[in-house]
Design a protein around this ligand. Structure first.
Ligand code: PGA
Length: 214
């Protein structure tokens, strides 16, 4: 099974989310060996969950969760709040580390809470400066220079980084400027279980082309 994670980041209104789905669902055909994971904003999770009901090989992810358990933390979205709503959660994305001062320590707390509430974790690592937390379901290698730049990291460099990790049972994903033209570089090898796609997942036609290219 290969995995394609669509990370929408802080894009899309409610209306745009519905439009994306309308276009996507008209042409989407499930592939036996491909699991799609869509990660919209917290505010659109229920909407997308309802839209994807009954559609094969698509599941939902949150892009983050609170480092705190349930309690008086105004504005936070906890693992408990996400239980039953999403299957996966992306943790430690480089943008969270950069703009929201997330540390390996806070990310470790989030992983722990996610697992208490039975959420599968996709841990993003920028490189060896970030700590691999054991027990995560997936590790997504996302070198900063490759994110949103068009400079996807060549396969040999990605595999070089993978060699440095003690992955245990965690699956290994790559992310950073993945599109329909370069995706086959990564998925041709058994060594890479999937891809995290940002910009190229925002347009449903483009995302469908990516699926077609798998
Ligand atoms: P990108 O983003 O595909 O736009 O480079 C990937 C990511 O940050 O998850």
């Amino acid at each position: 099974m290969k995995y394609l994670v669509a990370n929408w980041k802080a894009h899309k209104s409610v209306e745009e989310t519905g439009q994306w789905w309308n276009i996507f669902s008209q042409k989407y055909q499930a592939k036996e060996n491909l699991q799609i994971i869509i990660a919209p904003s917290f505010s659109h999770l229920s909407l997308v969950k309802n839209l994807m009901r009954g559609v094969k090989n698509i599941s939902l992810a949150a892009q983050d969760l609170s480092q705190f358990n349930e309690g008086d933390y105004t504005g936070e979205v906890t693992a408990k709040a996400l239980q039953g709503l999403v299957e996966y959660v992306i943790l430690g994305h480089s943008e969270r580390r950069q703009y929201f001062a997330e540390t390996n320590q806070t990310i470790a707390k989030k992983v722990e809470l996610a697992h208490i509430y039975e959420l599968k974790t996709i841990l993003c690592l920028r490189g060896n400066e970030d700590v691999l937390i054991s027990g995560v379901e997936m590790v997504a290698y996302e070198p900063v220079g490759a994110i949103g730049t068009g400079n996807n990291q060549p396969l040999n460099k990605v595999l070089e980084f993978k060699q440095t990790l003690s992955l245990g049972d965690s699956k290994f994903l790559y992310g950073g400027s993945v599109n329909d033209a370069n995706l086959s570089d990564y998925l041709q090898t058994e060594q890479i279980d999937g891809l995290l796609v940002g910009g190229a997942s925002l347009n449903p036609e483009q995302f469908l082309r990516i699926i077609a290219a798998v």
